[in-house]
Design a protein around this ligand. Structure first.
Ligand SMILES: [Cu+2]
Length: 275
């Protein structure tokens, strides 16, 4: 971007060149003719006024720079499931706390675009925790950024196991009561490619870890809500996936600076895979 100086040449620079007869205007090589006293005063007053105007204009130029600087957008919304008594979704009883609102818990929502795959890594990677408690992985769905780590705990008084044969991360470790295991997740995947975690000893235990290259992802709580702040303007898809039930939903979306977007993600029996 051109600097303010480039776009608004200093009036003093112009005066100096004019006095020395070097003005580019007309390329006149002849020496300047001294002006009468009265006219010189008028010229000075004109330049003073012009200088003041341009000085006042410079802060305006800064404002223009800010307006064209990368501004961000906000995307937020809620995931709901509409129950159909004729086609009951058997997972509904686990992930819908309030049947009246249908707010869907543990739904993973994210933005996707080719540009986001080149998003810079997080400055401070985080460590997330998945416990093994009452024969369940808690929580079941975890979303994180490439470079983050997951610490697996075993709070049960018996032995469990954590296993993954995902191309993003492969591991298989038995955890006795009270033992821990920390695993790094450096390779990004996407919404359709979670790291599925299981326990060899109890086949009903399962968990999904979604590894993203960017921060615009969320897993819903019992209120079904999600929120992405500081989204760079651009064209995206907003996608939702519920790993426990296989519910899928996606739409194209255009994010513009300073224009918050509220998204309703209503899913129902038609969004449940039939196979
Ligand atoms: Cu187990």
């Amino acid at each position: 971007m051109n600097s303010t100086r480039d776009r608004f040449p200093s009036p003093l620079w112009g005066v100096g060149r004019g006095v020395r007869g070097e003005s580019s205007v007309g390329h006149d090589p002849s020496p300047p003719t001294p002006l009468p006293q009265g006219e010189r005063g008028a010229v000075c007053r004109v330049w003073w006024a012009l200088s003041t105007f341009l000085i006042l204009l410079v802060p305006g130029a800064s404002t223009a720079d800010e307006a064209t600087a990368p501004q961000t957008g906000l995307v937020e919304g809620v995931v709901t499931y509409t129950t159909d008594s004729q086609r009951p979704w058997r997972y509904g009883r686990y992930y819908i706390a309030d049947k009246r609102t249908g707010a869907l818990a543990e739904a993973v929502v994210c933005l996707s675009s080719p540009a986001l795959r080149r998003h810079p890594p997080a400055e401070k990677p985080k460590t997330w925790t998945i416990d093994q408690k009452d024969h369940r992985f808690v929580p079941e769905a975890v979303v994180l950024r490439a470079g983050d780590r997951v610490k697996f705990l075993n709070s049960d008084p018996k032995t469990h196991n954590v296993h993954s044969n995902s191309s993003l991360m492969t591991f298989d470790r038995t955890l006795n009561a009270g033992q821990e295991l920390e695993i790094p997740f450096d390779k990004p995947g996407n919404l359709q490619q979670p790291v599925q975690i299981s326990c060899h000893l109890h086949n009903t235990m399962r968990s999904w870890i979604f590894v993203f290259s960017h921060p615009y992802h969320a897993v819903t709580s019992t209120d079904g809500k999600f929120r992405f702040a500081n989204v760079p303007p651009g064209e995206y898809r907003i996608e939702m996936f519920h790993p426990a039930g296989g519910l899928k939903w996606s739409r194209p979306m255009k994010v513009e600076a300073g224009k918050p977007i509220n998204v309703s993600i209503p899913v129902g029996p038609d969004d449940v895979p039939t196979n």
